[in-house]
Design a protein around this ligand. Sequence first.
Ligand code: ARG
Ligand code: MN
Ligand code: MN
Ligand code: MN
Length: 303
Amino acid sequence: HSIAILGAPFSKGQKRRGVEHGPKAIRDAGLVERLSNLDYTVHDFGDLSFPHLEKDEHFMHVPFPRSVGRANKLLSNAVSSAVGAGHTCVMLGGDHSLAIGSVEGHSQQCPDLGLIWVDAHADINTPLTSPSGNLHGQSVAFLLKELQDKMPDIPGFSWMKPFLSCTDLVYIGLRDVDPGEHYILKNLGIQYFSMRDIDRMGMQRVMEVTLDHLLSRKQRPIHLSFDIDAFDPSLAPATGTPVNGGLTYREGIYITEEIHNTEATAGLAVDVIASSLGQSREGANMAFQEIPSPKEDTEQLRL
Ligand code: ARG
Ligand code: MN
Ligand code: MN
Ligand code: MN
């Protein structure tokens, strides 16, 4: 069994710099040695290098669309090659907009993958619902077929098409969801476990339902996208978007142990992130009567 490590030092999915040092910080903390001690053959492919684009104007209020699109295209190719060569791929971010390319590249090789998204945030805004414009808060919207006609043509992303269904996705750890995101989660009937759900059910039950949801009908590979801000800020303070009341160390590790314990885990990518700009706590979706479409004049729906 072999593991490929890919670093993606990239931060333009949000407005703070710093997360591009994530891959080095995680390597310096001893990742390769720890994995080697587990008897894996570890191939560290080093860090990808992303081009600096001179001209990359905002699209609507979304900054750096072409840079983020290009970085994700590069990353997708790298992940796809690594998985195609038979490795379990671990991608180190970087900001969470990189999950677009990471999941896309994985799905190139494993079209029927299930996605577990561990995060304080749902990252399912479209450019029309996003309060911040930041693409790290929109990654999942790029992946979902059900949101295809809600997504405008964002420059930099013509290379990809959405490929995931909302039944292929489960969230764990949510506690800071924007109104438009809350509306989308409810409207599409996406399975999610907020911190409140975890308090009520316990993590053991949450993982049972999660894996049952994704694996009961068929065996399939799982993609794990883990935003470090899912943990409580007392454990992971160096994130751009800390939200109080997060996962304990034990809850976080229980999630990953349970995923390891499923034999269906053909691929496991860990998108580790130290991210940015926090927004409001979970809000009502009263501002939304429907998911705004790019065709309509949605100015009044912006927050
Ligand atoms: N929901 C907020 C936004 O859309 C925050 C997103 C935070 N995402 C993250 N990957 N840290 O901007
Ligand atoms: Mn987050
Ligand atoms: Mn995230
Ligand atoms: Mn981020």
